[in-house]
Design a protein around this ligand. Structure first.
Ligand code: ZN
Ligand code: ZN
Length: 351
């Protein structure tokens, strides 16, 4: 098998060759048909998250080992199954749920492997899809994509389930109040598309980039707001009728979280998803006075992935722009994403 691996943080991925794995036990080997490039790949590639005040959270000190094959948004075709792998056959096309845990602790047994303290996620802690093949430890991580094209389904594995998991956290107001989506990158546009499939009333999209605001408008945003405008907060308050019940921040910079908190109405929720980095000071009386919730949301659970795939098989793939590129252009794709030249998602294909 071939893979493109991070060998040094931030340096171009290296083309590597190794033997294609043979599945043991309940393992499954898939040939990669589509592998989405996600913003978090840039953080993994760099090897750190910015946690504000000049501080960095170093990923190599948090269980990530090099060389690493990144790529956590994968659809593949099953080419070999271990003797104990039930419910999956050679030739099946499956989406790989990448957010794996130890599989044994109470959190994992609840299905919330994405929150396990011993994460073992595809493309982060174990080999991912910037490769010709991926080994999956158990068929429970594999999901039928119905008739959806692999390159359209692949982004559901991260961007899709991340948007879905965040939208579920504001489900109680989704049908009656507009949701404010901060950041119209791949995940933000995915949330915009999913929110209407989930019966959402309307979405207001905030982004600094006019091209991304335009993309959000075309994708059905009721209103778009320049987050850098001096009166951005006033515009959000006006658009939401006095303040936001539900803001989902797909950027996660200090300034965007502050904007979300300031824009929250009494009882409002701010869900932080993005990993841009930074920090924020929130006056503590705001929490009780505004009866405000500030909650993080990290990717999604196995049950959420199942619900998302049910929704998508019933209503079609979310209408998010997808561009495909052959796998050997993965370095160029990562650089384009870093430079903000990607609208929607770029997905690597075998080429
Ligand atoms: Zn991702
Ligand atoms: Zn666990």
């Amino acid at each position: 098998m071939l893979s493109f691996d991070v060998c040094d943080c931030g340096a171009p991925l290296q083309r590597m060759e190794r033997e294609t794995p043979t599945p043991k036990g309940a393992e499954v080997v898939l040939k990669v048909l589509a592998a989405g490039v996600c913003h978090s790949d840039l953080h993994i590639w760099d090897g750190y998250y910015d946690i504000g005040g000049g501080q960095r959270l170093m990923l190599l000190e948090r269980g990530i080992k090099l060389p690493l094959t990144m790529g956590h948004e994968n659809v593949g075709e099953v080419i070999a199954v271990g003797p104990e792998a039930k419910g999956v056959s050679v030739g099946d096309v499956r989406l790989i749920h990448p957010w794996m845990g130890c599989g044994e602790c109470a959190v994992c047994r609840r299905g919330e492997e994405n929150l396990c303290l011993k994460p073992c996620s595809v493309g982060i802690h174990r080999g991912g899809g910037f490769a010709t093949h991926v080994l999956v430890p158990h068929p429970r991580y594999l999901f039928d994509i119905g008739g959806i094209a692999p390159e359209r389904a692949a982004p559901l594995a991260c961007s899709g389930v991340t948007a879905y998991g965040a939208l579920k956290k504001v489900r109680e107001t989704l049908k009656d109040e507009p949701v404010v989506l901060v950041g119209a990158g791949g995940v933000g546009l995915m949330a915009l598309a999913l929110h209407s499939k989930m019966g959402g009333k309307s979405a207001i999209v905030v982004d600094l980039d006019p091209a991304k605001r335009e993309a959000a408008k075309r994708a059905g945003a009721a209103q778009v707001i320049d987050g850098g405008a001096k009166d951005a907060l006033d515009q959000i308050r006006a658009a939401t009728g006095g303040g936001s019940w539900a803001t989902i921040d797909f950027v996660g910079a200090g300034a965007t979280v502050k904007l979300g908190v300031d824009a929250a109405i009494k009882g409002g929720k701010v869900i932080v998803v993005g990993l841009f980095g930074g920090d924020v000071v929130i006056p503590t009386p705001f929490f009780p006075i505004k009866a405000m919730t500030v909650q993080g949301s990290y990717v999604g659970s196995l049950p959420e992935m199942a619900e998302l795939l049910d929704l998508v098989r019933a209503t079609g793939a979310p209408d998010v722009p997808v561009a495909t590129r052959p796998l050997d252009q993965v370095n160029a794709a990562l650089n384009d994403l870093r430079d903000g030249r990607i609208i929607g998602r770029v997905v690597m294909t075998p080429g």
